[in-house]
Design a protein around this ligand. Structure first.
Ligand SMILES: C[S@@+](CC[C@H](N)C(=O)[O-])C[C@H]1O[C@@H](n2cnc3c(N)ncnc32)[C@H](O)[C@@H]1O
Length: 287
């Protein structure tokens, strides 16, 4: 990679190293890294070289591929995911979810399939609590991500107060416990909210998903953008059997699933449902 004369890098990092990283993360997580991500890859993986005490990218990648670095595959993957998220991101989705679940009597199940540090599944949980006006609704949320670091953060449920800034004070009071003393400036989600959610590692690219059942809603937001069309198509085809006939599928603001799945139709802005044929195939026929 060309270097300006006043930026001397700690580790040599050339185009071949970048191509290798690109191939490995694509194969492992489906993530397609653009050419413009070279600097990002360097700075994120330089930390892994320091942590493993390896002094060149070529050796780090050789050892990783040869399986000589034990658990390092996990850290390599964690280092290359982008985890940007926030509470009630793409806010228009949440009233739609509330309308969808109100009046349902059976236990609700919702899957948040790229849950990052937890703001998204906790926003879903708050929406369900508000819809049924209770802190203990009959609802199970499964929150998954490939990245084990963000899952640990999410399961812990502790956030700096500035993450809650855009949330109405009433919501903050109802769903969070504010830290005092040396926890000043932090907030923890209430245990009732935490108990609604099961956190699990799940790679959307993996052959077997540790998840089953029929969901009322699936959130798959701002992760498909990292995947190519063929990968998106495969993942969407695997969502369909996991959706109840009237389930909703929520996508990110720049993701369009209509061009990659024949089984879906648009229900609202970046919200999908099964098309009539796919839904009919799921509904038991009465004779
Ligand atoms: C930009 S964040 C989006 C978080 C949240 N869904 C939102 O919209 O705010 C993308 C998340 O997808 C996860 N991810 C990337 N590749 C994945 C894969 N193959 N399987 C599961 N999760 C993946 C990343 O770890 C990251 O937490």
């Amino acid at each position: 990679m060309p270097q300006s004369k006043d930026t001397v890098k700690e580790f040599d990092f050339n185009a071949r190293d970048f191509e290798r990283v690109r191939g490995l993360i694509y194969k492992r997580a489906g993530i397609s890294l653009a050419d413009s991500k070279q600097e990002m890859v360097y700075s994120r993986l330089a930390r892994r070289l320091r942590a493993t005490g390896i002094d060149s990218f070529a050796k780090y990648l050789d050892d990783l591929e040869a399986g000589r670095l034990g658990e390092e595959w996990e850290s390599f993957t964690n280092a290359l995911t982008t985890n940007l998220t926030s509470f009630f991101r793409e806010a228009h989705h949440f009233p739609l979810l509330a309308d969808h679940i109100k009046g349902k009597r059976e236990p609700l199940t919702i899957w948040c399939s790229a849950s990052s540090t937890g703001e998204e599944p906790y926003s879903i949980a708050m929406t369900v609590c508000e819809a049924f006006n209770t802190l203990t609704p009959n609802c199970q949320i499964v929150a998954t991500d490939i990245d084990t670091n963000v899952l640990a953060h999410a399961a812990n449920g502790v956030y700096t107060m500035d993450r809650l800034d855009k949330m109405a004070p009433e919501r903050q009071r109802r769903f969070f416990l504010k830290g005092k003393g040396d926890r000043e400036g932090m907030a923890r989600v209430r245990p009732e909210l935490r108990n609604m959610i099961t956190f699990k590692q799940l790679n959307l690219l993996a052959d077997g998903w540790p998840i089953s059942g029929q969901f009322d809603a699936i959130f798959c937001r701002n992760v498909m953008i990292y995947f190519d069309k063929a990968t998106q198509r495969k993942i969407l085809a695997r969502f369909v059997p996991l959706m109840k006939p009237d389930a909703l599928l929520f996508a990110g603001h720049s993701e369009n699933f209509l061009y990659v799945s024949e089984s879906l139709k648009l229900r609202g802005k970046t919200v999908y449902e099964l098309d009539d044929n796919a839904a009919a195939r799921k509904t038991p026929q009465r004779t």
